[in-house]
Ligand binder design. Structure first.
Ligand code: AMP
Ligand code: GLY
Length: 423
């Protein structure tokens, strides 16, 4: 089978690494990929949102399956585009249709979905320019801190937590009236603040059945001790000690099963990954957000713990036979630390040479923002490289990871030294 994988992050390198282990694979192409994915298959210089370019490539090469890493092409309708085309509509797409990807693409849609299907989530109201005054009144009726969410995709920056009422009112004005996040904040969800501890659950769905993948915890803040601005994620661990058997049973009963049943009830045929951002509050799970894809850097810690053939799972999604399969999980702990460019998540420089990957032993190295130029590997993004290790327990996994983190060098390298500190 020939597979085209869309994306260029650490998530895609981890997926590519796993896909290439399948005997069902003949050749993997990654568009656009990074310096790491080129060791798993052939990188193709195509933008993930260039649907016409993707169409031409898929037909030219005789691609048999499309696996979509990031949310953007899903929310923009890449799956719908394939289904509507008589030459592409037999090619399975791993990733939902646009209507279902709206679970990530629109916070308001996701909240309505959760309320409609009785899925536990924070109380909320949605506002836009037509009911601005009601929005101010609603904010005044809540207790601090205040959670404001731009409805649309805002590159992970659209959620703002305000410590007091006046900053919340100002932020609300900036979002709705002054288009702080452009079109994405024309509508704003204002919701109750949930106090608890976060983790993420993942499933793969074929539209009728689903399989639960290992859970993970992501470290979103740039600074140690969970301080400073949000990033795409600075590290991850799987499994998550506080997500014990009882909690995971609640997650499946109250969140996962009702979500998949709700999608079916609403006529939203969902083939692909669902990512549940959860808050554990007094032992109970609440949904903070849905994503229509896997997380990054969660994937780097989740995928190495899945013992199944990933291509076999994808094929079962395409044939709607997931119900006949089981996920086999590696009981070990997997820990990932992200190496990032100095300045990230604000402005940073690119093009720094990366050295030392050949000295790594006992860890996996997943590239994120890297490129290759004349044989040299260069930094090409904020998040540069993920170092991932398996260990008998979290301490062991983290020790191996941090030992290898020291071996990879580039100018301006920064990473958090405290991944797993709170567990
Ligand atoms: P999101 O982009 O939806 O993942 O939100 C970003 C982060 O904001 C989450 O990871 C949480 O840490 C935080 N957050 C979002 N919603 C809430 C909420 N209702 N209560 C507390 N924290 C929240
Ligand atoms: N690491 C968070 C995300 O992928 O959304």
């Amino acid at each position: 089978m020939q597979i085209l994988l869309l994306g260029s992050g650490g998530r895609e390198h981890a997926l590519a690494w796993k896909i290439t282990q399948s005997p069902l694979l003949k050749k993997l192409f990654i568009a656009p990929g990074n310096a790491g994915t080129s060791s798993c298959g052939e990188n193709v210089a195509l933008n993930v949102n260039d649907f016409d370019g993707i169409r031409k490539f898929v037909l030219d090469k005789g691609i048999n399956m499309l696996v979509v890493g990031p949310e953007d092409p899903l929310v923009k309708g890449i799956h719908d585009f394939f289904l509507a085309d008589p030459l592409l509509n037999k090619i399975p797409v791993i990733g939902p249709l646009a209507k279902a990807a709206a679970l990530e693409g629109s916070k308001d849609f996701a909240k309505q979905f959760m309320i409609r299907h009785g899925i536990p989530t924070a109380a909320y109201k949605t506002f836009d320019a037509t009911n601005l005054e009601e929005g101010y009144a609603f904010i005044r009726s809540l207790k601090p801190p205040y959670v404001l969410k731009a409805d649309g995709l805002a590159a992970g920056k659209g959620v703002v937590i305000c410590p007091d009422e006046s900053s919340a009112l100002n932020e609300f004005t900036a979002m709705v009236k002054d288009s702080k996040f452009g079109q994405a904040s024309e509508k704003v969800v204002v919701e109750e603040f949930l106090s608890g501890i976060e983790c993420s659950a993942f499933v793969i769905s074929d539209g009728s059945s689903y399989l639960v993948l290992p859970e993970a915890k992501d470290y979103k803040k740039i600074g140690e001790g969970d301080t400073g601005p949000n990033t795409g994620g600075m590290g991850s661990v799987s499994p998550v000690p506080f997500a014990d058997r009882e909690f995971l049973r609640k997650v499946e009963d109250r969140v996962i099963r009702p979500t998949v049943a709700g999608l079916i009830k609403d006529g939203l045929d969902y083939t692909g990954f669902i990512f549940f951002g959860l808050m554990k509050v007094n032992g109970d799970p609440y949904v903070i957000e849905y994503n229509c894809r896997l997380g990054d850097p969660e994937t780097e810690s989740v995928v190495p713990r899945i013992k199944n053939d990933l291509v076999e799972l994808f094929t079962a999604v395409a044939e709607r036979k997931l119900g006949t399969m089981q996920i086999i999980t590696d009981p070990r702990t997997c820990a990932t630390v992200m190496l990032v460019s100095k300045g990230y998540p604000e402005a940073y420089e690119k093009g720094k040479s990366i050295h030392g990957e050949d000295k790594v032993d006992g860890s996996m190295v997943f590239h994120a923002g890297t490129s290759r130029k004349e044989g040299e590997v260069l930094t090409n993004g904020g998040r540069v490289i993920a170092v991932t290790s398996l260990g008998a327990n979290m301490e062991e996994a983290l020790t191996t990871t941090y030992r290898n983190v020291e071996k990879i060098q580039f100018e301006g390298k920064y990473f958090r030294r405290d991944i797993g500190f709170d567990l």
